[in-house]
Design a protein around this ligand. Structure first.
Ligand code: DLL
Length: 438
């Protein structure tokens, strides 16, 4: 079976990749300068012309782009090609502030779909597979991206979109789906639903899943792999840079290979903007190398992660990024301590709880309150019920594990099964009401 979608590129010697990147970077900078007034102005303000960028080392001279720039330039300010050459628009969900819209020419769509096809092959997929796409379709890039990748590869594509979970499982069984694509939180829910329908992994034919669009932990990976009887692979991407497939996991499952022939990655200190050496945690910054409609130079993702170029047993040579810990803005400062939802997920799953939880923050009498609703499994619920509803023992040991991980004490609420709303797309893990009082 084919191990790579584009072997020559995916296993290209690192020196060659760098040469290719350098050549493309010089061209992309010139292209952006000539075709985009917004970025040209940013370069002019720094006294830079395209001639100042001759090598990869010159990248650090260029100005950053941030989400604020994208909002300011909405909708056409960062478009670098006449609209008549564009064939598609996708958009972010816009939960915070104005939506971001991204434009694509046919060339841009081709690149994007190739990247997604590489991800499907890396997860063991081929044209013999049935790929069920349960990411949302529409403006969100998840559905269209994996759908396009599956088509490119020649797999049989099931464009389900998210929701109607029983029907998802029925199709999965009737049509012998082998690869599932959705958010990890939805995959966990599908696993749960399978069990509640009285079915086991023997009743389905899945072998792999390609899950992304939100942070998820190694513990969550184990949970999904077990409940669906598959290998679960991570996939990363963002609308601004194209969508899913900016990077993807291979059989080693130890981080995601960035498609370096199209996207140049840097890690910077989020406070100073200084470029950090490989292996250091910081904010991920991307520069597109060959986009036409919506090329972005030095775009700050706000995702925190680490890059490594350690040799990978899969034979791919492209640099790897670790699972992003979350966006720098997912991190909450609670009573002065930095907390990521992923830390809470790690503790819950390690301690044998379900991945269904919600974090509630508020401020009462000028003090932060920090509550976590945790849903019990049927077995845990029965056990507590048999003790007359006394959950003090469970709460005590879970609180101790949380304090050990976080350094602060949350107030825990252990809830009956099915009391937390399930997510079909990106899960909302944190409700922060403190802003309302500011
Ligand atoms: O979430 C694109 C996507 C769709 C990726 C399907 C993977 C699968 P946006 O809606 O623009 O695009 O959100 C991008 O989601 O900056 C990260 O913060 C987060 N994110 C995406 N993938 C991962 C992942 C899509 N595998 C934002 N792990 C990004 C952690 C992820 N966070």
């Amino acid at each position: 079976m084919k191990k790579y979608f584009q072997q020559d590129i995916e296993t290209m010697p690192v020196e060659k990749i760098k040469e290719m990147q350098e050549e493309k970077l010089v061209k992309q900078v010139k292209y952006v300068y000539e075709n985009n007034a917004y970025y040209r102005k940013l370069m002019d303000e720094k006294g830079l012309t395209p001639d100042d960028v001759k090598s990869l080392d010159d990248l650090a001279k260029l100005p950053f782009l941030t989400k604020n720039d994208l909002r300011e330039a909405y909708p056409y300010g960062l478009l670098s090609r006449p609209l008549k050459d564009c064939v598609r628009i996708q958009s972010t969900s816009g939960t915070t502030g104005r939506r971001v819209v991204a434009f694509y020419t046919q060339h841009d769509i081709d690149i994007w779909e190739e990247c997604c096809a590489r991800a499907i092959v890396a997860a063991g997929g081929s044209k013999d597979d049935v790929v069920q796409v349960c990411y949302g379709y529409g403006l969100f890039t998840g559905g269209p991206g994996l759908h396009g990748g599956s088509h490119k590869l020649g797999s049989l594509t099931l464009p389900m979109s998210s929701g109607n979970t029983e029907r998802q499982i029925q199709f999965m069984r009737d049509l012998n789906t082998t690869i599932l694509c959705c958010t990890p939180s939805y995959a966990a829910y599908i696993g749960e639903k399978l069990k509640s329908m009285g079915l086991t992994t023997d009743d389905i034919h899945l072998k792999a899943g390609i899950f992304g669009a939100e942070p998820w932990t190694e513990e969550m990976r184990k949970n999904i792999q077990q409940s669906l009887g598959i290998k679960a692979y991570d996939i990363y991407g963002l609308t601004e840079i194209s969508g899913p497939g900016v990077s993807f996991e291979c059989e080693e499952q130890t981080g995601m290979h960035i498609n370096e022939d199209h996207f140049l990655a840097e890690i910077i200190d989020p406070d100073t903007g200084e470029v950090l050496p490989e292996g250091t945690e910081g904010e991920l910054v991307f520069t597109s190398l060959d986009k036409e409609a919506f090329p972005l130079l030095r775009y700050r993702t706000r995702d925190l992660c680490v890059l490594t170029r350690k040799q990978c047993s899969c034979g791919r040579t492209h640099i790897k990024m670790c699972k992003p810990k979350g966006r720098s803005d997912d991190m909450k400062v609670i009573r002065g301590v930095n907390v990521f939802p992923s830390q809470i997920e790690t503790v819950l799953l390690k301690e044998g709880y379900t991945p269904n939880y919600q974090i509630l923050l508020d401020r009462i009498n000028n003090e932060d309150t920090f509550d976590i609703n945790v849903e019990l499994s049927e077995e845990q619920f029965k056990k507590i019920h048999a003790k007359g509803g006394d959950d003090s023992e469970e709460k005590k040991s879970l609180t101790a594990a949380m304090v050990a991980m976080l350094g602060i004490r949350p107030k825990l609420h252990l809830l009956a099964p099915n009391s937390i709303v399930r997510s079909e797309g990106k899960a909302v893990r944190m409700i922060d009401k403190r802003k309302l009082h500011d």
